[in-house]
Write a protein that binds this ligand. Structure first.
Ligand code: AMP
Ligand code: GLY
Length: 424
């Protein structure tokens, strides 16, 4: 099988590594990819927003499966265009991808179908005064979210009425998030442990992968700005089988059925961002794709043929037995560039990776670039050091990951020192 993975982050490198395990794989392409993917497949310089370019490439290379990593091309309808050209694709159609690209739509869907989530109201620009009045009427903290895609930055947690008013102004008056902030969701703050569950789904048929926990804030102890994710581990010891069962019946099944009823049948990975509240699991957000960095810790815990799973979903008939949990654990620490998630510089040489020779460590690249045999930083999130233990010992993973990190050097390297603490 010839496979094209669209994207350039850690998630895409992790997907490429896993797909590579399949004996069904012939040629692997990644568009545009990073330094890490160039070592295991062929990077091709295609623009994920140029659908014609991607379709032409698939036709000339005889691509049998396209796996779309990031949300943007999904929200732009890349899956629809590939399917119209009879190219099998893993990833939801545009109308189903709205579960991520339109938070107002997602919240209204949850309300209509009784899926547990935070109390909320949706406001458009002309409702500015009503938005401020509503934010003042609910108990603090309140959460203000731009409805459209904002690369994880469109969410403000506000502890005072003034902060809430400011967050609303950022969307409606200062246009900080562009069109993504023309509509906002103002919602109640949910207290509890956060966790992520991937449902790999074809219509209303699905399997769940082991739950993971992301670390979204830049600073230790979950402080500072929100980022794309600074580290993750899986599985999550605080999620019992009973809670996972509730996630399936109260959230995943209801959501897949709801999307089907609305004529937006789902195909791909439904990422459930959840909080375990005193009343049970509730939805913080849905994403229409695998999570990053959760993918880096979930995929090493799967045995079987992952490519077969993706292809079966793309073909409309999921093979639920393609993979199963192998009993292990994994922990990933993300290294960033100094300044991230704000302004940062790139182009610094990365040294020391060759000194990490450990079968329990995977070095997954994100913002990296290879030039003349050397590797340079090329983004905000740079590397993912993933430690894996077949016996499921997270403490071992944490020690291994941090020991390996000491060998990695580049100017301005930053990483959190507390990944996995909540589990240990
Ligand atoms: P989102 O992009 O919607 O996942 O929001 C980013 C982060 O903000 C989440 O991972 C949570 O940590 C936090 N967050 C968002 N909504 C809520 C909420 N209603 N209650 C508590 N925390 C939230
Ligand atoms: N790790 C959060 C996300 O992928 O959106």
């Amino acid at each position: 099988m010839n496979v094209l993975i669209v994207g350039s982050g850690g998630r895409e490198h992790a997907l490429a590594l896993k797909v590579k395990e399949s004996h069904k794989l012939e040629n692997l392409f990644i568009a545009p990819g990073n330094a890490g993917t160039s070592f295991i497949g062929k990077n091709v310089n295609l623009n994920p927003s140029d659908h014609k370019e991607i379709i032409d490439f698939c036709k000339t290379q005889g691509i049998n499966l396209v796996v779309i990593g990031p949300e943007k091309p999904l929200a732009e309808g890349l899956a629809d265009n590939l399917a119209e050209n009879n190219i099998p694709v893993f990833g939801p159609r545009k109308n189903a991808a709205q579960i991520e690209s339109n938070k107002a739509f997602a919240k209204n869907l949850m309300k209509k179908y009784g899926i547990p989530t935070a109390e909320y109201k949706v406001f458009k620009k002309q409702d500015y005064i009503n938005a401020v009045t509503y934010a003042k009427s609910i108990s603090y903290p309140v959460v203000v979210k731009a409805s459209g895609l904002a690369a994880g930055k469109g969410v403000s947690i506000c502890y005072t009425a003034l902060e809430a008013e400011n967050a609303i102004k950022e969307c409606f008056e200062y246009n900080v998030f562009g069109d993504a902030g023309n509509e906002i969701v103002v919602e109640e703050f949910l207290e509890g442990q956060e966790f992520s569950v991937f449902a790999v789904a074809s219509g209303t048929d699905y399997i769940v992968l082991p739950p993971a926990q992301d670390h979204k804030r830049i600073g230790e102890g979950d402080t500072g700005k929100n980022t794309g994710g600074m580290g993750a581990y899986a599985p999550t010891p605080f999620i019992t089988d009973e809670i996972l069962q509730r996630v399936k019946t109260e959230i995943i099944e209801k959501t897949l059925n709801a999307l089907k009823s609305e004529g937006r049948e789902y195909s791909g990975c439904l990422y459930c961002g959840l909080i375990l509240t005193e009343e049970g699991p509730k939805v913080i957000e849905f994403n229409c794709r695998f999570g990053d960095p959760e993918t880096q810790v979930v995929l090493p815990l799967l045995e079987g043929d992952f490519l077969d799973l993706l292809y079966s979903v793309a073909s409309g008939n999921i093979n639920k037995a393609a993979v199963k949990y192998n009993g292990g654990a994994a922990l990933c620490v993300v290294t960033a560039s100094k300044g991230y998630p704000g302004k940062y510089e790139k182009g610094f040489e990365i040294k020391g990776l060759e000194k990490i020779n450990d079968p329990d460590i995977q070095i997954i690249h994100a913002g990296t670039k290879a030039v003349n045999g050397k590797i340079f930083t090329n983004g905000g999130r740079v590397l993912n050091i993933v430690a894996i233990d077949g016996e499921g010992n997270l403490r071992y993973c944490k020690e291994k990951a941090y020991a390996s990190l000491l060998k990695v050097k580049y100017e301005g390297i930053y990483y959190r020192k507390d990944i996995g603490s909540k589990a240990l």
